[in-house]
Design a protein around this ligand. Structure first.
Ligand SMILES: NC(=O)c1ccc[n+]([C@@H]2O[C@H](COP(=O)([O-])OP(=O)(O)OC[C@H]3O[C@@H](n4cnc5c(N)ncnc54)[C@H](OP(=O)(O)O)[C@@H]3O)[C@@H](O)[C@H]2O)c1
Length: 317
């Protein structure tokens, strides 16, 4: 099979595209012939060597993708052959073939287009667990999203709006601002403008996947409010003073989606809950940006540039 891989951690130049041996399929696994591979910020952290990655030689990055089951492990029922499936937490996914434990597959409903399904897997399930497991906001709550124009940001904001919550956010460019304003946000600020003092202490919840903005996020929540910290696309947060939080009854919650995907049933239930927003027309996303896997370096470069505003996929031809 062809794969995108690296031998040493580093910048984009470490990525290589070439032939590697096909994966071995264990008893409870299926072999998925990949059509679309999802690129995520965590893949950049992993390529740099500052995030957990499955030990493998050479390293094949990636944990998300969509494809068809073409081979079964000995203990897997024959009925699964030919199924269209998605996965969001299986290593070695930047490749044409991926061995996937049966417990980690998510069946994709026929009415959901392949491109849409591949685009909403990890980012959509992340938005879903941030909204429904971590923040648990009530109707009419005021919430704020850092990096609101990103893939997770756009799905999360539309989900919250559909749930009756008032959503605000900040973004880096006018183009991104216009994009998210069409999605039901109450107000979107430009990071380069002076906006912070106007809304300091106003929010019940701030969702922060940018990381280095954590201090600002803490100042934006009201007393008894919470920051949901879920990533560091813009850089690591500074250390925080827990006693200062205590004085104002402010909280910080964190979470990793994978700790919430504990069984096949759990994955399928969460995916169905997510897909309902799309089939009800409550969430609409723009088309993903698609690169061929052989041009994977370009896909990584775009994500890392901060210029993207939606899902980036790599296609296996
Ligand atoms: N906890 C979990 O389980 C989990 C799961 C999936 C993803 N995540 C995290 O969620 C975050 C968002 O992921 P995503 O897939 O939505 O990524 P994305 O589409 O690239 O969005 C990230 C957004 O962050 C903003 N940003 C600010 N500073 C940036 C910088 N220096 N470089 C790049 N972007 C910067 C950008 O928005 P503006 O231009 O609008 O500021 C960008 O659109 C990431 O931190 C990721 O690690 C966490």
């Amino acid at each position: 099979m062809k794969a995108l891989y690296f031998n040493h951690f580093g910048d984009n130049s470490v990525l290589q595209y070439n032939s590697l041996p096909d994966p071995e399929v264990k008893n409870n696994e299926v072999l998925v012939k990949m059509k679309y591979i999802g690129l995520n910020f965590a893949d950049i952290y992993r390529r740099k060597g500052n995030y957990h990655i499955e030990k493998h030689s050479p390293y094949i990055n990636g944990y998300e993708g969509l494809g068809t089951i073409v081979k079964l492990g000995h203990k897997v029922e024959k009925s699964h052959l030919g199924d269209k499936v998605l996965f969001v937490d299986v290593p070695l996914a930047n490749a044409e073939l991926v061995a996937v434990p049966l417990s980690k597959i998510i069946k994709v409903p026929a009415y959901l287009g392949e491109k849409t399904a591949a685009s909403i897997g990890l980012q959509g399930l992340t938005a879903d667990f941030l909204a429904h497991d971590l923040a648990n906001n009530q109707k009419h709550d005021q919430v704020f999203i850092q990096g609101i124009s990103g893939g997770v940001g756009q799905i999360l904001l539309q989900m919250l709006v559909a749930d009756g919550i008032n959503v605000y956010g900040v973004t880096s460019t006018k183009k991104k601002q216009e994009l998210v304003l069409k999605q039901g946000v109450s107000e979107v600020y430009l990071r380069s403008n002076k906006w912070e003092t106007k809304v300091s202490g106003k929010f019940d919840t701030v969702f922060d996947g940018v990381g280095k903005t954590l201090d600002q996020s803490i100042s934006l929540i009201k007393h008894r409010g919470k920051v949901v910290l879920f990533g560091m696309a813009g850089g690591d947060p500074k250390k925080i003073d827990a006693l200062k939080l205590l004085e104002q009854s402010k909280s910080i919650m964190t979470g990793d989606l994978w700790d919430y995907l504990t069984s096949r049933e759990e994955r399928q239930f969460r995916f169905s809950r997510l897909v309902k927003y799309f089939s009800d027309g409550k969430i609409v996303i723009n088309d993903p940006k698609i690169f061929s896997l052989s041009e994977g370096r370009k896909a990584y470069a775009l994500l890392e540039s901060g210029q993207s505003n939606g899902k980036i996929l790599m296609r296996c031809d």
